[in-house]
Design a binder for this molecule. Sequence first.
Ligand SMILES: [Zn+2]
Length: 131
Amino acid sequence: MDPSADLPSPLERTLHAARALVLADLAAHQVAAPDVVSMVEDSVVQRRWWVEQWPDGMPYVAGLVAQDVQDALLERYGRWPLCPVCGSGDPHALDVEPELGPDPHWVCHQAGVKVAAVGALGAALGGSSPS
Ligand SMILES: [Zn+2]
């Protein structure tokens, strides 16, 4: 009986949390299609390898997965997540800041504002339906 055998490691918890945060943001924009979920899974697999090489990077994983999925969506579907702050002008995507750091946020560089923490986009959108 080894009680630690049933407990997920910090790495597993970090990866699980990152996946949940990014999936929550995808769901907020109603883009949680099956192939989008697989984009998240692909990123988590790559970041698992990455953080095994560099355990100190564990706090950065959520921001990196968010950026990986953003890049993958841009290739297949287009910009995500679209900025909910700017009411006029060209539609533009939010960026993750810091690109490599803990506590990642979605920011709009045009308005110069933090929109939401990664994982909290749904709350930032306030549940309002797009017009
Ligand atoms: Zn904006």
